[in-house]
Design a binder for this molecule. Structure first.
Ligand SMILES: [Zn+2]
Length: 276
């Protein structure tokens, strides 16, 4: 069976087949290097994450904004869109709508020279007039958004762990995140880490030669040895830092004191109560 590897999927425990290459970071964020070569994630889980999690996170959550600002095209060379339409209604128990959040806009890349400009389509006039009057757009991280960003980060973190420690990712300490990433939750939301970076990471910088480059994203995964061996995954995009604690759903909230980096960037927990 050329090109087919039979192993165990880190998300659903099925024995494959693994016939397609898994991108640890979505290709829609420009990733071509961080991959799993037909190993670790079965075809149906790959399909599931792409369709159910990444598509939402990269076009309807706050991360989608940066795809538009930086004009990161999809692998099929389609333009990104940040779709801030009003959610139709809350599906299931996890609220996807918040009355204080601004809705009714769609954002597209601006195809001109001005790198800090984007195009906006106004779907709801009334709401837009309020945004103009307030001179700001307020996006509330709804519970639904927190769940999906958490599952998105969890999936990336687990695949990175698999790449680093192999079958160690089947260890019991990661069981909860493996399930949460793949199957979600109907009541208990995994807290997210979030912070605003002092400097955005996407500024153009000289490469050394005549060329310039900029970062779309960067990440780190590490163990806090002095703090219950918590395994932390941090993901930066634009001027924001997102993260998740991989091996404990509800750690001591004060762990954030240990997560101030050398540049003084801080994170805090976005923590929702349980839904019943
Ligand atoms: Zn699977």
């Amino acid at each position: 069976m050329g090109g087919v590897i039979v192993g165990k999927c880190i998300f659903c425990n099925s024995e494959g087949p693994f016939t397609t290459i898994e991108h640890i970071i979505p290709e829609s964020l420009g990733n071509t290097d961080d991959i799993l070569e037909r190993d670790g994630v079965c075809d149906s889980c790959q399909k599931y994450f792409g369709k159910e999690i990444e598509q939402y996170v990269l076009s309807k959550s706050c991360l989608g904004f940066y795809r538009v600002l930086l004009n990161i095209k999809t692998k099929k060379n389609r333009e990104p869109i940040f779709d801030l339409s009003r959610p139709e209604k809350n599906s299931g128990k996890i609220p996807s709508y918040h009355p204080r959040s601004d809705y009714g806009l769609k954002f597209f890349p601006y195809n001109g020279d001005d790198a800090n400009r984007i195009e906006v389509e106004i779907v709801e006039d009334e709401r837009f007039n309020k945004m103009l009057a307030d001179n700001k757009i307020e996006i509330v991280m709804t519970p639904y958004m927190v769940v999906n960003i958490g599952r998105f980060l969890g999936k990336i973190a687990l695949e990175l762990l698999f790449k680093g420690i192999g079958d160690g990712v089947f260890d019991e300490q990661y069981e909860a995140l493996r399930r949460y990433s793949r199957y979600g939750t109907s009541n208990e939301i995994w807290p997210l880490l979030h912070g605003v970076l002092k400097d955005p990471i996407h500024n153009w910088e000289a490469d050394g030669g005549d060329t310039e480059s900029r970062l779309i994203y960067r990440y780190s995964i590490f163990e806090l040895k002095r703090y219950q061996n918590l395994v932390i995954f941090l993901f930066d995009i634009g001027s924001e830092r997102y993260g998740i604690v991989c091996n404990q759903k509800f750690p001591n909230p004060r762990v954030v004191d240990q997560l101030i980096d050398v540049d003084g960037n801080k994170v805090q927990f976005i923590w929702y109560p349980n839904f019943r």
